[in-house]
Design a protein around this ligand. Structure first.
Ligand SMILES: C[S@@+](CC[C@H](N)C(=O)[O-])C[C@H]1O[C@@H](n2cnc3c(N)ncnc32)[C@H](O)[C@@H]1O
Length: 285
């Protein structure tokens, strides 16, 4: 018999608001406090993991010793990691046809590696899709191309998965057979009943994964990118944190480099120094 699932502890509106305020403060994650069911479901998992019985004690622990580390866990609990290979395919088509040739014409990939940054990389599907696009493009360039990938995210848990670069059949559904043959290794036997796929070493060896908070970017993060993917993350931020994240990412772009936002996240008013090239594609001038 399946055991009955225990009810999650009660989450009062005041405590929901206090938890959201901490998540906004630490990671810019602006979940509407009215989405109490969502907050209750996500954070009660964390309560179970640490053996905490109620939200009142959990809030107290966030304010006590070790609270900063737990606040980061709270942000992780409230973030959404939905992603897929070649999501918003138009960006990759544009990169291959226009963006990458323009960057090469500026000297990227010759004097210095052409660097693509997936700024909120989640599981890495966006990072590796960019890698596949670059690898295919490099093969068309006389003398090849020097290139590198950087993936960052605020969730340490998700970054470990991104670095491991292992995906299930469902997660690679966006990749056709030739792509799978070119850039994936397939497990020879099912693992826990599932065939798994790992990104090929040729791509993995070009990638660096690092923790970063886009609304409070550590100046010590050493990174200058030619292309920055900043997609499907701005929607979770308050307007002021969106502006801060865009400015932070822009600060790490080379002049002439491109910033890509999610198609539903076009910047209403691109900041000075950023010109719109097409929908959700901006160039640093
Ligand atoms: C919905 S996923 C988007 C993944 C990918 N960019 C895409 O478009 O498929 C959002 C990611 O943003 C990350 N994130 C949320 N807030 C962040 C912050 N302040 N700094 C860096 N990453 C953040 C989350 O951990 C999550 O992995």
């Amino acid at each position: 018999m399946t055991p009955a699932l225990a009810e999650p502890p009660y989450l009062s509106p005041d405590i929901a608001a206090a938890l959201v305020a901490i998540a906004v403060e630490i990671g810019g994650i602006a979940v509407a406090p009215t989405k109490r069911d969502f907050i209750q479901m996500r954070v009660s998992r964390r309560l179970r993991e640490i053996g905490c019985d109620d939200f009142e004690s959990y809030l107290a622990s966030l304010k006590g010793p070790g609270g900063d580390e737990e606040a980061r866990r709270l942000v992780e609990a409230l973030t959404t990691h939905t992603t897929s290979f070649f999501r918003e395919q138009l960006h990759y088509d544009w990169l291959a046809a226009e963006g990458l040739p323009a960057l090469v014409a500026q000297g990227a990939g010759r004097e210095r590696p052409l660097t693509v940054w997936s700024a909120a990389c989640s599981l890495g599907s966006e990072l590796w899709s960019a890698g596949m696009t670059l690898d295919a493009f490099a093969a068309t360039q006389p003398g090849g191309l020097r290139w590198a990938l950087v993936g960052t995210d605020i969730s340490r848990k998700i970054l470990r998965r991104a670095a491991n670069a292992v995906f299930t059949e469902d997660e690679i559904s966006g990749l056709d057979e030739p792509m799978r043959r070119a850039w994936l290794l397939r497990s020879s036997a099912p693992q826990r009943g599932r065939i798994l796929y790992r990104i090929a070493p040729e791509l993995r060896s070009r990638a660096r994964l690092a923790w970063a908070n886009l609304v409070d970017l550590d100046p010590r993060l050493s990174l200058t990118a030619d292309v920055a993917f900043l997609r499907n993350v701005l929607i979770y931020f308050r307007p002021e944190d969106q502006r801060r994240a865009v400015a932070n990412v822009m600060g790490r772009l080379r002049p002439g480099g491109y910033l890509l936002t999610g198609h539903s996240e076009s910047l209403a008013e691109p900041p000075a120094g950023l010109r719109q090239v097409r929908t959700s594609v901006y160039q640093k001038v």
